[in-house]
Write a new protein. Sequence first.
Length: 322
Amino acid sequence: MSILIFADQANGKIKKASFEAVQYGAKVAAQLGTTATAVVLGPAENAELAALGNYGVSKVLYVADNRLHEVESTAFTKVIAEAAEKEGAKVIVFPHNFDGKAIAPRVAARLKAGLVAGAISYPDTSNGFVVKKNVFSGKAFANINITSDRKVIAVLPNTFPLTPGSGTATVEAFAATISDADFKVKVVKVETVSGDVPLTEAEIIVSGGRGLKGPENWGIVEDLAKVLGAATASSRPVADAGWRPHHEHVGQTGLTVRPNLYIAIGISGAIQHLAGVNGSKVIVVINKDPEAPFFKAADYGIVGDAFEVVPKLTEAVKQFKQ
Ligand code: FAD
């Protein structure tokens, strides 16, 4: 019995959420007195594969099949389930990111395993195998006992800080038995969204709402984001109005983000917006209305006009960084 962790990659680079999942899986392996193996599919850089050893795995199974360059859930499921069989893995760990959300439930179904999606704790094995997750948009926790023999856990990104060590992992080629018939969809074109930092992986997000009055005023959001090395986001009405692209919209019907710092500018803090951002470690709210509901969820609040406050904040960060 061992632990298998799926580490997804983009353009040969392992994603941050996967390093977190690998570190989590390695700690669970230590807890259960077993070993941890990572599995990587598609073209990946050798240095990236070896780097997984720094997060506690002793072995990396590498499936260097060009057809796996783009994620295809059915084919990925088959390969990961085969890797789990090969390793005799009792616990299979995923990052709870887009890829993990698509593949973990399929692998769980295939292996007849119980699944906790969005885990925020290590398993408590004192009485069963209990893993904690957020429910009701982060308003409550559920402690879930996985009672099946095999168990699948998808780890919520940005929950367990990375503490890389200096371990090494052996990289072993793994030839999965997939054929073209296993690919049910084919990616014909990839259009990459421009922007320095992907929103779901950003450590800092500067977000704007309707209080900014129009798209012509977004310069103050972008300037602050630039000096902080942050990604930009928006409330939904802003995206609906076409002020910002829809892939920046966060909330119940948009992306869920969990940065270390979320700065909300001119956003009222409606429940549907909070649903997507209340997992942020620190929330700073800038709003001219002291009664804005967002202040109740904020760690720090500035009551003031965004057009005065934000440029001053940007300037202060610039000065601080010099
Ligand atoms: P507003 O509510 O108009 O708030 C603007 C804020 O800016 C106000 O608090 C105001 O005091 C402040 N302000 C104005 N001028 C200034 C200034 N000069 N300086 C500083 N502050 C200023 N919304 C989302 O964001 N994400 C979602 O995923 C989402 N999903 C939804 C799903 C459903 C089913 C429904 C019904 C709604 C959803 N909404 C969502 C909409 C949500 O209910 C709110 O309407 C929306 O979040 C409000 O956006 P806002 O805060 O930008 O605008």
